[in-house]
Design a protein around this ligand. Sequence first.
Ligand SMILES: [Zn+2]
Length: 346
Amino acid sequence: MNKNMSMTGRAELTPLRQLTARIGSDPLLTHASTGNSSMKLEGVLWIKESGKWMANAIREDILIPLDLAEVKERVKQKVDPAEQYNGASIETAMHAMLPHRVVLHVHCVNTIAWAIRKDAPVQLAYQLGGLRWQWISYVPSGLPLAREIERVLSVRPDTDVLILGNHGLVVGGDDCAAVEDLLFQVQQRLTICPRKAGPTDRAALAAIADGSSWDLPDDDEVHALATDAISRGVLSGGLLYPCQSIFSSSTSPRLFRSVPCPDPRDQWESRFCTRPFLIIEGFGVLVRRTITPAQRAMMSGLARVIQRISSSAPIRYLTDEEVENSFMIASRYRELSNPNPYGCAR
Ligand SMILES: [Zn+2]
């Protein structure tokens, strides 16, 4: 469909673009190209383009128009619209199947900290009581998630909040103001105070990084992955949500396990040459100088999620099959802009 098809439509999209940019700039809600927003206008589904950052919604034209009836027909025929339309978000089917005029999907860190728990449905029933919400156990993005949403909506069509297991949050409403208000309510109810991590040994990290291809991350909160013992324990158990794997270009949790402080005389640089970051136990985190902005954002999001998971939380990690599957799907939709920027054999 022609991007310039409807100037009227484009003016009406301004509130969505503003909302999308606000949400995209909040590290508690989205990271890198994750999350998406859409608006249905006169039979057209305007949806965030795959791989674009929500934060850029004002300065960049990140919404693409799709024929809504056609997209829904594809879903009905069990064909994923993301495979049919160039640049269509992997979550296009989900946005099309939701009846709301405006739909927002975010990787809200507070929501994820609940949604990775085995007892999430029970915990959330208490937190979200009174809202029209439903729980969806983990299913891969794309057609499987859209079909599952269709199923839960057939039971309770008035649902306007969906909590996606090991994934995130979806909120729908008539207009941008209603959606933002609902998002705020959900966020407030699900807020968890992050644990205070131990101190970062910046001097030691700087000494290790000196003259190497490693650097300290811009975001100080990332160090909690290394300086907080509970966080290290949570990370060592497995992968919590697909973006962890997609943006780190790894299907193994090994990358997220902490390592002892490397000895400068050791061959540690070559040993870790395939890694975008190093979680150094008790010291802090180092990132490769070539780390991509998307990977930096993923690390920021991960640290914020992990600091909100308690040591007693019964965690439901992704299975190996789920990780492999989500990685394969993401590779198909340009979510992986640069799978291995380090030039090392894997
Ligand atoms: Zn998502």
